[in-house]
Design a protein around this ligand. Sequence first.
Ligand code: HEM
Length: 381
Amino acid sequence: MRNGVSPDWDPRSETVQRDPLSAYDRMREVSPVAYSAFLGWSLFRHADVLRVLHDPATFSNEVSRHVSVPNGMDPPRHTPFRQLIEPYFSASRLTAFEPVCRGIADELLASVRGAGIVEWMDQVAMHFAVRVQCALLNWPPSMHEALRTWMGANHAAVFAEDREQLAHLAREFVEAIHSVIHNRSAAADDITGELIREQVRGRPLHERELVSILRNWTAGEVGTISASVGILIRYLAAFPKIQQRLRSEPQRLPYAIDEILRIEGPLVSNRRVNTQPVELHGRQIEAGQRITIIWPAANRDGRVFDQPTRFRWDRDQSQSLLYGSGIHVCPGAPLARLELRVLMEQLLASTDWVEPGTDAARPATYPAGGYVRVPLCVKWR
Ligand code: HEM
């Protein structure tokens, strides 16, 4: 018991980790506001999550004393930082980046081409996410392996609540970013160089703010992108009719990608802290508590989505919380959508079919979403 509240569930239990999506579905129906020492108060229903997202005065993002730009900020501090980062994901920048992204997808697919059996997560998904993010920032290839290793260690430390190891990993990552920044000319014609030259409220970014932005765009997002890549291909392998339709009508990919990721969310949770006492579903929550949004549960809520776990070609996706909602809605969504579309286009164009491998896909462990292993049988063209 922590804070004098008995736990309603254990998010790290074997049952939850064996099949997280079913466990979150169950919680949403039987215990929509559930306490655990690990996650504080978890919210599973769409309406409750929306309430949190649209009331930043009550549900604050300032959950930690560490600088986190802009995720860990509330208005008015959040606003200028948010305005600073949004242009980096503009349509013109992304159009220019698309060929780079496609080149990385092609190279990775060429590296497994000819293999009948592919372990998609190890051989493609993680490499793709790391390489695209590093290419966007023009970071050296030496950062690829460092990022991959760091991600795995960080996830394990979060799950184990190993604060010492988390602090060590955070320091290690900050040092790695420092070395990139310090080796970069201030006049460098790339996104990292532009960020170094940025101004906020008429002053240059403090180094810790710059490091935080770069950290969020790499360590923060590589996991979500690679999880998405795994979820998408596992889903298409499991549902060959959808796969074939997308192979012959690739223009439907953007819709299908969002629909699959609504059904199997790649991002599990985000945090808030309540600034005043609140009541949710009859539960009294005193001020200063950790509130955890469970995204996949909200996105499979039958109160909002008809037949929520079924893929539908005609769904109104405006209620989907895949990329959040409100002032913290994902600014990187256009980049994520571009990366995922391009990889899927290249994969579908270079194969006749993709089927599940003989071993079952294995779900990832919290805080990661998606799968750790996605074995596939592939018939290349
Ligand atoms: C499939 C991939 C992605 C998914 C599902 C996703 C989802 C989300 C969600 C749900 C939020 C809202 C969090 C909250 O309200 O607490 C968010 C915020 C954010 N995302 Fe993403 N994201 C993805 C990829 C990316 C990428 C590629 C970038 C940048 C490189 C990015 C940068 C950010 C940032 C900076 C925020 C914080 C925005 C703020 O606080 O104003 N995301 N994302």
